[in-house]
Structure formats: structure tokens, C-alpha cells
Design a protein around this ligand. Structure first.
Ligand code: CAA
Length: 393
């Protein structure tokens, strides 16, 4: 029994900006964004592409079969962009994807980390019920607001994973090491639409949490960095993973030579992230898809180390092994087309989209302008008497 990823796909909204245009508008040297931060483009999500709509679209792109839908007994939406304090986004996903009724549907939160928690819970569940499958979808919209230091590190998207005891793409190791410390590096209080963030401190907290999890992992498993064929990271912006690799060189875990090998592999593992930006919970898993679909080092039997980080803060270091013929289960062409066929927004339009908020009338009604979207994609159609309705355009 190999517990892990049987299917994996992602979705990002059909709108984006070029980072060099944003740099020009903010009177910043474009190299700060493209080299210093390491981002080329940034996905922009209008209000009708909310986190649930993004998740449904990612779920659709898994091409679940009738057998999958009958075997999925748990749906977990991992998000920090939830649309309701009470009802889980997974209930809409359950309806939209036509999953059998005897399934549980829940939502999990711990900043950008919760998809990893969802996977670990799913592994335990599947080991008890090997005939069942778990659908994990990580979906988020990173919106710091215009003219903020976090602005160039925004983005949006969702990654969907079908987990089962028949891992066709990646089998996860049972050993992994989490690391928790209560801090306030990035957080979004219930009364705020946008997060508060102590940018420099969040970078430092990320690396310290990585070191905490990594040292625990080394002690538990006896493995060293060079036992891995690639090291992947949560990617709030692509420079962050490089900083973390450099921290491994500073502690003597990597030499100059192995640092440059892992950095070259990491560069291929963030090709998609450079074009999407931060998708919070899904960022590590978008990097995994980029690695699987774009990196030369991705080959059957490769052992991949992964670090998941969620501010506040929880991190976890874990690993997986690529399965024979894993490449035949990927959707490279679909993903490249998704990224290539987006609408480019100019900066004034992006600012308008980012500032838009849903405002229901006294009866709790609101109607989306669904002409803004791509046919075949699911969007939030309306809010009627405070209830949300999604439809395919
Ligand atoms: N050419 C090339 N590089 C340049 C440059 C130029 N002209 N100008 C500046 N740079 C470099 C800087 O040297 C710096 O590089 P290093 O980090 O390697 O030193 C980099 O560009 C960024 O410059 P600054 O540090 O001056 O940038 P800033 O003060 O505007 O803030 C930031 C950057 C802290 C990442 C900010 O965008 C931010 O707060 N982002 C949100 C928080 C975040 O993403 N934190 C990450 C860890 S927390 C996490 O991971 C959870 C999550 O998802 C949010």
C-alpha cells in the first residue's frame, strides 16, 4: 500500500499583471520584483472568483471519475480565505463535484500550513480505510492591499489533490516533523479584510521554523540534505526558498556545490509560482506541480524533501518518493495553457479589481458580473438572502 497523491492539478484565475508594470507604477526598479523578490507575474482574483470558486475549478481539473466520486469519503478545504465563519467551503465543493453523500466535508485553517495538516490527517484516515480516497484542496487569495510592502507578493489560486492508497504520482513517507511556535509575523484578525504582516520578521520566522523542523527531522530519521533529490518549500515569493536553502549552507548542511545544485532544481520547481504569486496554502503544492512537470530532476524513485510553513507559526518537514510512470498522470499541457491564456490587466484595472468588495443589499442580495471570466469556469454567481450560489459560466 502506497499512500499519497493519485491525482494533482491547480487552477488560477484568468487575470494577471506583469510585475514590471507594477514596479513602474510604484516607481520601483523592476529588478527588485523580478530578482529581489523573484516574481514575474501575479494572478489577480475578482470577487466572483472567491476561494471556493477557485477550489471548485481546481477540483474539476482533477477529472475525477465516477469511481473516484464514489470512493471519496472526506473533502478537506485548506484555506485562510474562507467565505463563511460557520459553513465550510467544502460543502459547495461536495455539491459542485458530485461527490457521494456519505462523505464528510470540512475546512481547515493554520495560515499557509493547513493543506499539509490535511494531508497528514488524510494519510492516517486512508491507512485505516485503504478503500477510501480523500480530496484535499488548498485555495487562497493573497491580498495585502495596494501600496503596501506585501503588494508584490500577492497572488491567487488553488491546488487539488486526490489522496489514496494507490499513489500514482507521489507516496508520502510516514515520518515527518512539525514545529510550532506562537508568534505574530503575519495574521488577519476577524475584523480585517487584509492581513497584518511584519515582513522582515516573517522572513526570519520562516527560516527559524524551517531550522526547527529540519533539525527535528534529521534527529528522527538520520537523513541529511543530500539524501534528497530535491528540496521544495512554501513559496510566498520565490526568493524565500532560496533564502532557506542558503540557511542550510550557513549551518553546514550544504556545501557551495550542493547549494548550487539544489538552487538550480528549485528554480525549475518555481516556474509556475513565478507566474502566479503567493497562493498561501497551495504554494508548496504548486511548487511540487512545477517540479513534477518542469524539472529535469523529477524522475521515478526520486526522494523529495518538502517544507510547509504557516505564519503564526507552524512548519513541517516531510518527504515523498516519485512513483514509476508518475509523468503519465500529470497535466502539463493543461497547466501551461491555463497560465498562457489569461487576460493581462493594466495597473489601474488591477487596483480597481483588488479594491472591490461584495456588498449585499438589505435583503442580503448581490449579483456578480459573470461576463468577467472564462467560459467553462465556475464562479460565485450571486448571493441571495445571504446564501451563496456558484455556477459554471
Ligand atoms: N535589484 C535586485 N534586487 C533588489 C533591488 C534591485 N534593484 N532592490 C531590492 N532588492 C532586493 C533586496 O536586496 C531584498 O533581497 P534580500 O531579501 O535577499 O535581502 C529584496 O529585493 C526585497 O527587498 P526589501 O527587503 O527591501 O523589500 P521590502 O522591504 O519591500 O519587503 C517583503 C519584502 C518583506 C518580502 C514584503 O514584500 C512582505 O512583507 N511580503 C509579505 C510577507 C511575506 O511574504 N513573508 C514571507 C515569510 S511569511 C510566509 O511565508 C507566510 C506567507 O505566505 C505570507
Amino acid at each position: 500500500m502506497k499512500i499519497g497523491i493519485e491525482k494533482i492539478s491547480f487552477f488560477t484565475p484568468p487575470f494577471y499583471i506583469e510585475m514590471k508594470h507594477l514596479a513602474q507604477a510604484r516607481d520601483v526598479d523592476p529588478a527588485k520584483y523580478t530578482i529581489g523578490i523573484g516574481q514575474d507575474q501575479m494572478a489577480v482574483s475578482p470577487v466572483h472568483y472567491d476561494a471556493v470558486a477557485l477550489a471548485i475549478n481546481a477540483g474539476i481539473s482533477l477529472d475525477l471519475t465516477a469511481a473516484d466520486k464514489a470512493e471519496i469519503d472526506t473533502i478537506i478545504l485548506a484555506t485562510e480565505s474562507g467565505v463563511d465563519h460557520s459553513k465550510s467551503g467544502s460543502t459547495w465543493i461536495h455539491r459542485a463535484l458530485g461527490i457521494q453523500p456519505h462523505a464528510r466535508a470540512i475546512e481547515m485553517k493554520q495560515a499557509c500550513y493547513s493543506a499539509t495538516a490535511a494531508i497528514r490527517l488524510a494519510m492516517g484516515h486512508i491507512s485505516l480505510h485503504p478503500d477510501k480516497k480523500v480530496l484535499v484542496i488548498a485555495s487562497d487569495i493573497a491580498n495585502y492591499g495596494i501600496h503596501t510592502p506585501g503588494e508584490p507578493t500577492q497572488g491567487a489560486g488553488a491546488v487539488a489533490m486526490l489522496l489514496s492508497s494507490d499513489a500514482k504520482i507521489m507516496a508520502f513517507d510516514t515520518q515527518s516533523v512539525p514545529y510550532t511556535v506562537e508568534i505574530s509575523d503575519f495574521w488577519r484578525p476577524l475584523y480585517s479584510d487584509t492581513p497584518f504582516v511584519d515582513g522582515k520578521y516573517s522572513n526570519q520566522a520562516y527560516v527559524e521554523t524551517f531550522q526547527g523542523a529540519w533539525n527535528g527531522y534529521k534527529a528522527l530519521t538520520g537523513r541529511v540534505a543530500t539524501d534528497f533529490d530535491a528540496l521544495l518549500f512554501h513559496v510566498p515569493y520565490t526568493k524565500m526558498g532560496k533564502k532557506t536553502l542558503q540557511s542550510l549552507a550557513a549551518t553546514g548542511d550544504l556545501t557551495d556545490e550542493t547549494l548550487s545544485t539544489f538552487t538550480a532544481i528549485y528554480d525549475e520547481a518555481v516556474i509556475y509560482n513565478r507566474r502566479v504569486g503567493n497562493l498561501y496554502t497551495g504554494s508548496l503544492y504548486l511548487s511540487l506541480i512545477s517540479f513534477l512537470e518542469q524539472a529535469e530532476a523529477a524522475r521515478a524513485g526520486a526522494r523529495i524533501g518538502m517544507f510547509s510553513y504557516g505564519s503564526g507559526a507552524v512548519g513541517e518537514f516531510f518527504a515523498g518518493e516519485l512513483m514509476p510512470n508518475f509523468e503519465t498522470y500529470l497535466q502539463k499541457e493543461r497547466h501551461e495553457q491555463l497560465l498562457d491564456h489569461r487576460f493581462l490587466l493594466d495597473i489601474p484595472t488591477y487596483e480597481m479589481v483588488l479594491s472591490e468588495r461584495i456588498a449585499v443589499d438589505e435583503a442580503g442580495n448581490w449579483l456578480a458580473d459573470t461576463s468577467l471570466g472564462r467560459p467553462g469556469q465556475v464562479v460565485l454567481e450571486k448571493i441571495s438572502a445571504h446564501k451563496r450560489y456558484y455556477k459554471m459560466i
